[in-house]
Design a protein around this ligand. Structure first.
Ligand SMILES: Cc1ncc(C[n+]2csc(CCOP(=O)(O)OP(=O)(O)O)c2C)c(N)n1
Length: 727
């Protein structure tokens, strides 16, 4: 035996070989990495056994990816850098400090699962102290979030005062840390590079030199689809090679030493501020995609054997033996220690209590700061002349940005002028949004706080998620509701779920302002859509739909100050309507969510409505009173989630007749839920069936006469209310 070889003692070996390093790592560090890689494989194996024993319910492994991830971790810092891993990243997480027991607690669905409290499948990582952001299952939703997270670090460096805690709003609950050379890691399988959000994220990472490390773990398959059928040319590296500012590496990800080198160079590039980096590692997948898959159905034995010859753990073991860093006895000793550790972790996890059955209710929204809270009750100051809704929204944004430096505004065309020099020369007035709602904000607050996004809605919401996760307050704009759909994944599967799925260790209280609605005379199919019920059907996100200037100002301020995500729907037709103008209510005017406004009291019939059908309902109500002597109460819900059922109940109890009016299509619309609840809970108060009025079940046409026919008009409301009164 060579004198360098450890006699069953890794540390002894390390001391003797300390003079030699491997991509900057000492032999003892390589031994530690070997241990972690082996541990990772054994946790996978244990989970597989537990799944076969039906003690856990899902399994997806890291097997074959260990070396590439260990190399990444060796170059990154837990709790300093940020991590957006994907489900195969067990070795990365173990290297950062997640315990095998933590992983197995998630596998059994224990209450003490630190990543999700039994809410998420195994391998859905999340750890607050280590800066591992909560993972989800949709492939590819992590990229834009990682970009936003990295941008947040940069933002705090430029605006250090903004990181300070403040009381009285969401900042009370945010501990912000940031570092000048921090890196945000984001990983993926090669199949997921087909997702659009991958490319949207490369755009921004490249354009803004965002400090993100992309790691593509290319095991050649996306479930059963081989990479050459997924990616043109069968290789992602040449396809991304022309993105400016990136450092690129393509490496055999089963070779630890080569991977360490690639990661070191990539991380150096990022930490030095040059821009993002992209490491494409070729790895193997020795087990099937997951335990729900059987790869023998689509991969012949010979191919699988070939893969197995590149097993990264076997390769590293051979290397350590050949280098004299370990001897067989030391390997066995490490293996025995790891096996005992995994056994103890499994024993503990299997004993761990399950979550209380009613715990599912917790953390859908912030329990610490509700936008329904009495603190948001205030009195409007009423200064100056009446102003439009557009004006008061703009003023509210300006006031809040002055008050809170963590607010950033971005979206399509929201800046005054991307070419700052034109603004500086005062040669131009500036745009500030297609509806001018953000006019003048870039001029006052600068281009780090108000800027144009690429023309890509997922880019806007995904980045907002990453920023909000770091304690910032993105108040982003979706230019038209009709185009919100490209951001749907982020809006349905990410933003509103983050608090719940992470069991309250992360939250993303971003505000998404959206111009919505029709009655535009020529708005047509793609500039008139509503669809609010799709979002009220998504737990975790508040939905606000003001009908007038004062409510818009007060509710927007509450949205910004609260600690939950808010979808803030601004009706385009109401932006500059004479209806509902109001004087400036002052810089602290807030309105709590979930409080309806009674525009008109009445005793014969209740109209429940919101948004642009408020003025139309009022018109109908006044005419009913004038022409028919019918006294109609008009209730404006103002916020759709939460909504004020108490006010509805009080009014229906008084009038015994209720008509629900909304602009969106009738069938499966927002009114259906309200109607069902009234029928269920107020049945004995009713003297007539609950009625609804909404748009026809079609799209909104361009021709104004058709548009009028399709959308509910004051005349339709008048007729429906009259019929209901006469029932
Ligand atoms: C948006 C989305 N579509 C489909 C799926 C189902 N699914 C889960 S993993 C996977 C394949 C991913 O392949 P790849 O990105 O190559 O990663 P690998 O699992 O091979 O590491 C698919 C299709 C999903 N989770 N999310």
């Amino acid at each position: 035996m060579s004198p360098k070889v450890a006699q069953g003692s890794p540390m002894a070996a390390a001391e003797k070989t300390a003079e030699k390093t491997y991509e900057g790592l000492l032999p003892e560090q390589l031994i530690q990495i070997f241990r972690t890689m082996y541990l990772s494989r054994r946790v996978d194996d244990r989970e597989i056994m537990l799944k076969r024993q039906q003690k856990i319910f899902f399994q997806i492994s890291c097997a074959g990816h260990e070396a590439l991830q260990a190399a990444a971790a060796a170059n990154l810092r837990a709790g300093y850098d940020w991590f957006f891993p994907y489900y195969r990243d067990r070795t990365l997480c173990l290297s950062l400090g997640v315990k095998p027991e933590d992983m197995l607690l998630q596998a059994v669905g224990a209450a003490s699962d630190p990543a999700s409290g039994g809410r998420q499948m195994p391998s859905h990582w999340g750890n607050r102290q280590l800066n591992i952001f909560t993972n989800s299952s949709p492939t590819g939703s992590q990229f834009l979030q990682a970009v936003g997270c990295a941008e947040a670090g940069r933002y705090y460096e430029k605006h250090p005062a903004s990181a300070a805690k403040a009381t009285g709003d969401y900042r009370e609950f945010k501990d912000v840390a940031h570092h000048p050379d921090e890196v945000t890691y984001v990983s993926t399988g090669e199949g997921t590079t087909s997702q659009g959000e991958f490319w949207e994220s490369l755009n921004t990472a490249s354009n803004k030199r965002v400090p993100v490390l992309y790691v593509v773990e290319d095991n050649g398959y996306a479930i059963s689809v081989p990479v050459k059928y997924q990616t043109p040319g069968g290789n992602i590296s040449p396809l991304v090679a022309n993105f400016p500012n990136f450092h690129f590496e393509e490496v055999d990800g089963t070779d630890l030493i080569a991977s360490l080198g690639a990661m070191r160079r990539a991380v150096e590039h990022i930490r030095s501020g040059k821009g993002p980096a992209f490491v494409h590692g070729h790895v193997i997948r020795p087990y099937s995609h997951s335990l729900s898959d059987d790869e023998k159905l689509y991969r012949p034995e010979a191919e699988r054997k070939q893969d197995a010859e590149r097993d990264p753990i076997v390769r590293l073991q051979k290397f350590l033996l050949a280098e004299g860093i370990l001897d067989p006895a030391a390997v066995q000793r490490i293996q025995r220690e790891v096996d005992a550790e995994v056994q103890a972790a499994a024993d503990a996890a299997l004993e761990a209590p399950f979550p209380a059955k009613d715990s599912y209710k917790l953390h859908v929204y912030s329990e610490a700061l509700s936008p329904k809270d009495a603190r948001f009750v205030s009195v409007a100051a009423s200064e100056g002349n009446d102003r439009t809704m557009a004006d008061l929204i703009n003023t509210c944004l300006r006031d809040e940005m002055r008050r809170d430096e963590r607010i950033v505004i971005f979206g399509e065309d929201v800046a005054d002028c991307s070419n700052e020099e034109y603004l500086a020369d005062k040669k131009i007035k500036g745009k500030g949004g297609v509806f001018k709602l953000t006019a003048g904000l870039q001029r006052e607050f600068g281009s780090t706080r108000v800027f144009n996004s690429p023309l890509a809605e997922a880019n806007i919401i995904g980045r907002a998620v990453g920023m909000a996760a770091r304690g910032m307050k993105p108040v982003v704009e979706i230019q038209f509701f009709d185009y919100i759909w490209t951001a749907m994944h982020q809006l349905r599967n990410e933003l509103p779920l983050i608090r719940w799925r992470s069991n309250n260790i992360f939250n993303c209280p971003a505000v998404v302002r959206v111009a919505i609605g029709g009655y535009l005379t020529g708005g047509a199919v793609y500039h008139s859509q509503c669809g609010e019920s799709i979002f009220t059907h998504t737990p975790g996100m508040h939905v606000v739909f003001p009908s007038n200037a004062l409510d818009a100002a007060g509710l927007l301020r509450t949205a910004i100050r609260c600690d939950d995500p808010v979808l803030f729907l601004e009706h385009k037709r109401l932006y500059r309507e004479p209806f509902g103008r109001a004087p400036y209510p002052g810089p602290d005017f807030t309105i709590p969510f979930g409080k309806a406004r009674v525009w008109k009291e009445g005793i014969d019939l209740t109209i429940v409505t919101y948004g642009a059908t408020v003025p139309r309902s009022l018109q109908a109500a006044q005419r009913l009173e004038r022409e028919k002597g019918i006294s109609v109460e008009v209730l404006d819900l103002r916020t759709l989630n939460p909504y004020d059922f108490e006010a509805i109940a009080a009014s229906v109890t008084k009038t015994s007749r209720v008509l629900i009016v909304h602009e969106d299509m009738l069938s499966w619309g927002y009114g259906a839920e309200i109607a069902a609840r009234i029928a269920s809970e107020l049945f004995d108060k009713l003297d007539a069936p609950v009625e609804r009025l909404g748009a026809k079940d079609t799209f909104v046409a361009y021709q104004p006469e058709l548009e009028d026919e399709i959308l509910p008009q004051a005349e339709d409301i008048f007729q429906a209310a009259l019929k209901l009164r006469n029932y």
